[in-house]
Design a protein around this ligand. Sequence first.
Ligand SMILES: O=C(CO)COP(=O)(O)O
Length: 263
Amino acid sequence: MADRTPLMAGNWKMNQDHHQATHLVQKLAWSLKDAKHDFSAVEVAVLPPFTDLRSVQTLVDADKLDIRYGAQDVSAHESGAYTGEISPVMLAKLGVTYVAVGHSERREYHHEDEAIVNAKIKSAFAHGIVPILCVGEGLDVRKAGEQVPHTLAQVDGALEGLPAEQAAQIVIAYEPVWAIGTGEVATPEDAQEVCGAIRARLGELYDAPLADGVRVLYGGSVKSGNVAAIMAQPDVDGALVGGASLDAEEFAKIARFTEHAGA
Ligand SMILES: O=C(CO)COP(=O)(O)O
């Protein structure tokens, strides 16, 4: 099996102004420093709102922090008459490593379909930004037992026409919609079932060595108390954390999941 470095990414969603963002990242950095966190063993990233990115960049650069940061969305276009959109060129200038693409909240409230998600993934890669592709099923699909085909159809659509050298770098986050912000965490076996199927599909779309190198995350009500059991699954390589990433100490604990296995 490839040596995949786990990634713990905090999706702040629409929370924290730019002053609060600086404090939160500072606190996170202190908590991880206190714990002597090894960032080469577990990568840590935050995805703040656009308006915070310049402040986070300034702090990360000034204090030489090992914390990575990214955006929560990106335009499929580089520039032009797209009111309210943020270009990948602007994000690249802000030093972002990652961008979330196709989060279920974008799909639901902004009607993003597979074609848009696919275009945004290509737009990010064209400017050296690694997309975190979010996929996952709603409750109806889960009740019908269709979570795997549903999620794989999203993966197929999102990756259409993506060259292997880009697919090899992508991060895919499996986030069952019914587990987001509900406290209803999928069981480790639920997470493994779909994360494993995503990796197998990557093997079919590309090849097995490529699939073996791609990081597949789980997201949905991840906390320090449940992260270790989820991370123990063979095809789960990290977590996309919403609510719990707004608490620096809690998020640092999540990043240090190996210390509290069984907690
Ligand atoms: O949507 C999520 C991360 O992108 C998950 O959110 P919660 O961790 O708050 O359930």
